[in-house]
Design a protein around this ligand. Sequence first.
Ligand code: NAP
Length: 255
Amino acid sequence: MVYRKLGKTGLSVSVIGYGAFKIGRNQKIKYPETYALPGVNQVKTFLKTVIDLGINYIDTAPAYGISEEQIGKCLEENRNDLILSTKVGEQFIHGRSVYDFSQKAVEKSIHNSLKKLKIDCIDIVYVHSDGNDKQIIQNSAVVEVLQNFKSKGMIRFVGMSCKTDEGIVLAMPWSDVLMLEYNLNRKQNKKEIQQAFENGIGVVVKKGLGSGWLAPETAIRFVLSHQGVSTLLIATSKVEHLKENIEFACDLINQ
Ligand SMILES: NC(=O)c1ccc[n+]([C@@H]2O[C@H](COP(=O)([O-])OP(=O)(O)OC[C@H]3O[C@@H](n4cnc5c(N)ncnc54)[C@H](OP(=O)(O)O)[C@@H]3O)[C@@H](O)[C@H]2O)c1
């Protein structure tokens, strides 16, 4: 595995991270194929392989169904040095996304995540945007609440999973880490990734494989060839894909 610095956080992340969507939710998905949710024992074995292959960063969210619970149950003995991120602002209730960026909802969400993940400090918490990045940053309590939890030592680093170009610019001044979409079909934030890199902000890429619609090797090469990308999260459910993706990434970087 190859590792890169995550901005100025002091953390080194594997260039391939694990996006834990598929272990928790199989409704309203964007992937090409449907799938059954894995049971706890299956998840335990899978996450052990993830870690054994050198992946040290796992991303989840309250909106990913039972993903946080699965991680909490499966990683108890295995979490040394593992970097975990979750999000606030979105929940998935009765088959649909519900957003709430109020102080009360965000505080409750962080406490719930700590409990489900069975930890007393979360490495990274992102704002889970509904698409109105600017409105959320400027008119809700969410950034202040995240910073309060950070100052209390219950979160180590904060950031936003942005959906707009404007949101990326507005999130940069207060974020340690930014999550954004960057892939062969959506290349527009190349400049912002460079800017984040120069400002010591870690960049975590989501949907690098276009949620499974892009050819993995070319897609991984494209994303990781940007020096500002710290890690590419991939949501696979198959060990052979996990291994293949790591090989693509490491071949590129070792060239
Ligand atoms: N708003 C947000 O904050 C947000 C939004 C989207 C994503 N994310 C984060 O980013 C992560 C990844 O994005 P994503 O969930 O959209 O999916 P993605 O990683 O872009 O694509 C996942 C899909 O690619 C397939 N795949 C992976 N490796 C493959 C390989 N070697 N060969 C063939 N198929 C392969 C997977 O199928 P198999 O299971 O068959 O491998 C899966 O269907 C998420 O899990 C989440 O952590 C965040």
